[in-house]
Design a protein. Structure first.
Length: 382
């Protein structure tokens, strides 16, 4: 079922990237301290959209080629271009320390599968020989003094890339009931793994195996709306106040209003990300079911839709830009304003002159083109 482009989801992307940038750029430590949750909204949107795209491709004669080629065109050109620019600034111009492990993970994605999962710690906790750390660190706003620290934000991109790679065979090959079973199972397994491998530095929050459930919740939403296309919006609205109350209670219990970093607590590691993802799924579901509703007009206005369209590149470059601005300007507020403006402008230029021309190739198949040149396929094969 191809529903076409949903402008409200672009508006949600705009809100998500704004939240993340405010979290990283804000001179006020407490005002935007939960802006990191914008990443969870990105995850749910991706899980919803990618699952829907894959379900539509089940009838395509070459679904893998179509899906992976389009993902490569959308993701890789800006991603590797920014990595190259970051490397030039970090090592050629400013001679920053080189962390091979971090760069290797960003270049090839695969090391991100087990990131945040400490198998030895899990075993000791199962055997009862290691305690569960339930302490909470004071909240801190991260600082980024080096260009190479731009890689800090790429953990979420690595998680999404692994999702694209591993989820496609699942959706394209097995029945919808098994897809739903696998997605629902992750809603139990991932929180358990997060709890067993939790440390106060909340490293469990940045790995594929520990955060797959946020993407799976988006996948479940896609399956639900396809199975129940006439689902009443009330079923999506009803859980919202309950989830908000649970999230507020968790925040209080984990010390959010005492200046603590709630992600450093085991309770939030187990429950918090799941609650945020469920809340995001309700919001995404409402945007899909009630698209074009007048109450959703703010998400459909042109600036919001455009910011959502370029949000991927904004996410890629925003820390890189901020480090450069931070080296040149004094004053947190001025840095935040200049960095936000430059990030938006650079992403706009990239979208118009770099990404959009590349995306025009999305319906062109390199494999089919080579085959035709070698006379292995007739010219009307596609």
């Amino acid at each position: 079922m191809n529903t076409g482009r949903i402008l409200e989801l672009d508006g949600l992307r705009a809100l998500a990237i704004t939240a993340v940038m405010l979290f990283h750029f804000s001179p006020h430590r407490n005002l935007f301290r939960f802006g990191w949750a914008g990443v969870d909204l990105f995850f749910v949107i991706s899980g919803f959209l990618i699952t829907g795209i894959l379900l539509d491709l089940r009838s395509d004669p070459s679904p893998y080629r179509t899906f992976y080629w389009r993902r490569v065109l959308r993701i890789f050109p800006p991603y590797y271009a920014v990595l190259a620019i970051a490397a030039v600034f970090a090592f050629v111009i400013h001679h920053e320390p080189f962390e091979a492990r971090q760069w290797f993970a960003c270049l090839f994605f695969v090391p991100g599968i087990f990131r945040g999962v400490h198998l030895g710690l899990i075993l000791h906790r199962i055997l009862g020989t290691a305690e569960f750390d339930v302490s909470s660190n004071p909240f801190f706003r991260p600082r980024f003094p080096y260009y190479s620290w731009n890689l800090f934000a790429y953990w979420s991109l690595i998680v999404e890339e692994l999702f694209y790679l591993l989820w496609a065979p699942v959706v394209l090959k097995i029945g919808k009931r098994w897809i739903a079973t696998l997605a629902l199972a992750s809603l139990v397994l991932c929180p358990c793994v997060r709890g067993l491998t939790h440390v106060v530095q909340f490293e469990e929050s940045i790995g594929f195996l520990t955060r797959f459930d946020s993407l799976a919740i988006g996948a479940c939403l896609s399956l639900l709306l396809r199975a129940r296309p006439g689902l009443s919006p009330r079923w999506l609205i009803a859980p919202v106040p309950i989830l908000v109350a649970i999230l507020l209670g968790l925040s209080v219990r984990c010390g959010a209003f005492e200046g603590k970093e709630i992600r450093s607590t085991e309770l939030f590691a187990i429950c918090g990300y799941s609650v945020i993802a469920l809340l995001a799924a309700c919001i995404v579901g409402l945007c899909v079911r009630c698209r074009n509703h007048r109450l959703l007009l703010p998400l459909r206005i042109r600036p919001m839709v455009y910011l959502g369209t370029i949000s991927y590149t904004m996410y890629l470059i925003h820390l890189l830009v901020y480090v450069g601005v931070q080296r040149q300007l004094a004053g947190d507020l001025l840095r935040a304003v200049v960095a936000s403006t430059l990030t938006t402008w650079i992403a706009s230029v990239s979208w118009k002159w770099y990404e959009s021309p590349i995306l025009r190739l999305r319906n062109w198949s390199p494999i089919a083109a080579i085959s035709r040149r070698l006379n292995l396929l007739p010219t009307t094969a596609e």
